[in-house]
Design a protein. Structure first.
Length: 379
């Protein structure tokens, strides 16, 4: 145990005297967050959904519908259906809703007054707009029912004087969660490269500089050397994980959609997998060039296939199946499930798969270590 602690302390001293490595460890989370904030803000993905509404009725009931809808989503009032369609084509609005001319007449009679919704998009965002329109429509129906029992003036005065409800803009939350997924996906790839710097690259550099051979002449066992290297690499990953989560939640106020402790645990688990992966590559590679090449290929390709860099929603179906073969996929899937308010038991499979990856890579590393008994073979 003393030998392992000595290795960890020596690695910390060496790392501290390399300012570029320190700067890289601290700079990657900041740059990735700032980069995605800039991309999302300029693309409008982080803004609320904008819905164009054409009020062809211009009655008290239609105006009440528009006012209530505006409490939930950003509304852009359109003068005509043609103008709304043009705004939709120019992507100025996400969808448009047309209120018919006989809206108030049918509402007063208790009949169905169908609304027209148009959009080029599909998915949760449009489903959210439809649900919001239904809820708003039901509120207007409630006002009309109250008016039939008294009169319209009393009903609308009552609506104006009642305590206003505060509505949370779910579109912003969804966009913020999507942005956090992209930031974390990029961070997963960076964690892999960082684990490579602290794991495989450290081992290869010390083999190349004959430090490893000289260390074997000391009382430090070979197992303690690799264990200390792996533990130090994991501690560095843990620091970067905590630093990233603090930046996202405290400094940049990004809604990650789940508890910070849960996110830190998932990222730390992946960091441990990354360390095991890196150590396995470092132990079994014959040279620094080979180790670096294998790392770059595996880390980059798996990050692309897993959906860490490319949103899985736009990937072909066969690629989403291939993504399940990567550890990054299971981390991102667990984050999405927790963002959807799933129970912790729902991600037990994800954690089990990550543990399996970790055991596999540690097993490969141990096998490579045990199979190279001679220094000459190990070099």
């Amino acid at each position: 145990m003393k030998a392992i602690l000595w290795i960890i302390r020596e690695r910390f001293v060496i790392w501290r005297h390399h300012p570029l490595q320190v700067l890289f460890l601290l700079g990657v989370p900041v740059l990735s967050i700032v980069m995605y904030l800039f991309i999302y803000n300029n693309s409008g993905a982080a803004n609320t959904l904008t819905v164009g509404i054409v009020d062809r009725d211009q009655s008290a009931y239609s105006q009440q519908f528009v006012a209530n809808f505006d409490k939930r989503m950003t509304v852009k009032k359109m003068t005509s259906v043609k103008a709304a369609d043009e705004a939709l084509a120019d992507q100025e609005i996400t969808a448009n809703i047309v209120i018919p001319e006989d809206f108030a007449t049918k509402i007063r009679a208790g009949e169905l007054a169908p609304l027209t919704l148009r959009s080029f998009q599909q998915g949760e965002a449009i489903d959210g707009i439809k649900d919001t329109a239904k809820n708003t429509y039901n509120e207007v129906l409630a006002v009309a029912k109250f008016a039939r029992n008294s009169n319209e003036k009393v009903a609308f005065d009552y609506v104006k004087t009642t305590t206003p409800l505060e509505f949370k803009r779910f579109a912003t939350d969804d966009a913020s969660k999507a942005m956090s997924i992209q930031i974390l996906g990029f961070m997963l790839m960076m964690l892999l490269y960082q684990s490579g710097n602290f794991g495989a690259n450290s081992i290869q550099n010390e083999r190349r500089n004959k430090i490893y051979q000289r260390m074997l002449t000391t009382p430090v066992p070979r197992g303690a050397y690799f264990a200390g290297t792996a533990i130090f690499a994991f501690l560095a990953m843990l620091f970067e994980v905590i630093f990233t989560v603090v930046l996202m939640t405290v400094v940049f106020h990004i809604d990650i959609g789940l508890a910070a402790l849960q996110l830190s645990g998932l990222l730390a688990s992946f960091g441990l997998v990354g360390v095991a992966w890196s150590i396995a590559i470092g132990v079994n590679s014959p040279s620094t060039l080979v180790a670096s090449g294998i790392q770059n290929i595996l880390f980059t390709i798996t990050s692309l296939l897993s959906g860490a860099l490319i949103p899985s929603e736009i990937m072909p179906e066969f690629m989403t199946k291939i993504a399940r073969l990567t550890p990054q996929f299971w981390v991102l899937d667990a984050i999405r499930q927790l963002q959807a308010r799933a129970d912790f038991t729902a991600i037990l499979l994800n954690l089990a798969v990550l543990a399996a990856f970790g055991l596999l890579f540690f097993g490969i590393a141990i096998y490579g270590l045990m199979s190279k008994q001679k220094i000459g073979v190990f070099d």
